[in-house]
Design a protein around this ligand. Sequence first.
Ligand code: PLP
Length: 404
Amino acid sequence: MFQINDNYQKLPGSYLFSTIAKKVAAFTEANPDKRIIRLGIGDVTQPLAPAIIEAMHKAVDEMGDAATFHGYAPDLGYDFLRKAIVENDYKARGCEIEADEIFVSDGAKSDSANIQEIFAVNNRIAVCDPVYPVYVDSNVMAGRTGTYDSETEKWSDVIYMPCTAENHFVPEFPKETPDLIYLCLPNNPTGTTLTKSQLQEWVDYANKVGAVILYDGAYEAYISEKDVAHSIYECSGAQTCAIELKSFSKNAGFTGVRLGYTVVPKALKCNGVSLRDMWARRHGTKFNGAPYIVQRAGEAVYSAEGKAQLKDQVAYYMKNASVIKEGLKDAGYTVFGGVNAPYIWLKTPDQMTSWDFFDYLLEKANVVGTPGSGFGPSGEGYFRLTAFGTYENTEAAVKRIQAL
Ligand SMILES: Cc1ncc(COP(=O)(O)O)c(C=O)c1O
């Protein structure tokens, strides 16, 4: 008789956004006349920029001609894209990353879930609390997290680093020494970030204790403050302790197009074994490349027109962020984030739980957000709103909340 991977049975409840979708569906069915505004899931709403559409059209035409047709993409990604990434995301920022350290993929969700595979099962992971749920769940599936305590909503073998208003959302070095440290900066869900010197302290710590930092930079394009690093490789020593995960979803609206990349520096080794070579082996075995058309679209992100158009797109969402932030502040809410990230993290009023506030907002304002407790126990009493809606919807949602 076959046996299943029991670790899957340990996963508590359903995925956060499925629970939200079910609640919203039930409300809509009961109240068909109400117009709901969704500022919950971090999905973009603006269309792809013209420079990207143009590149995709051209690539589609190439695929229709035997002389320019492309089949399987090279394992690590096309050179044209990896070179554009190296030049723009690294060399331009003074980071010495080479094209053969870049692995093009279909996005940061899969990479951030899969990267744990190259580490031993008995490695201890440390995560910020609250956290993007994929990091913990993928380690649960791999059997790395121990047992779940539904009272504390914590796993016995996970090291939690609370990030709350009390510590200004800056994780502190944990008492127990971790092997793998997940850092997402700018942060989802809190919308806050670390300064470059605070990040440097984490790099120094990881090198000192022999840990690897799994650095998720999905929201890097939203950084507006000067003292914030755009890549962990801006910190000295990061090449020997950090893997960087990047996405084209939020900087270029590729949530439905699918493209990302992971950087594993050649200098990152464990007892002489290259993690870069391990990830190359894994990638070559389990992934058959992002589509040619999509990689050409990715290349256009780095063209002069692409850059200018995407700067405007990011500014559009950040204007929403400021509408939410200022609007809620005026209404008496305590708000965080929204300066270097498209998320606003607010304290629920009157000691409401995160889910109580979710229901309250859905029923009274017909606005959907995300309960902070869905991202981890330290998210209790907080709530996340995204700036990825349209400007009109964002403004309308804020007015509705102000009128409560
Ligand atoms: C922190 C973080 N990492 C990764 C992702 C997923 O990115 P992608 O669309 O490239 O899979 C998200 C999406 O919301 C995210 O918030």
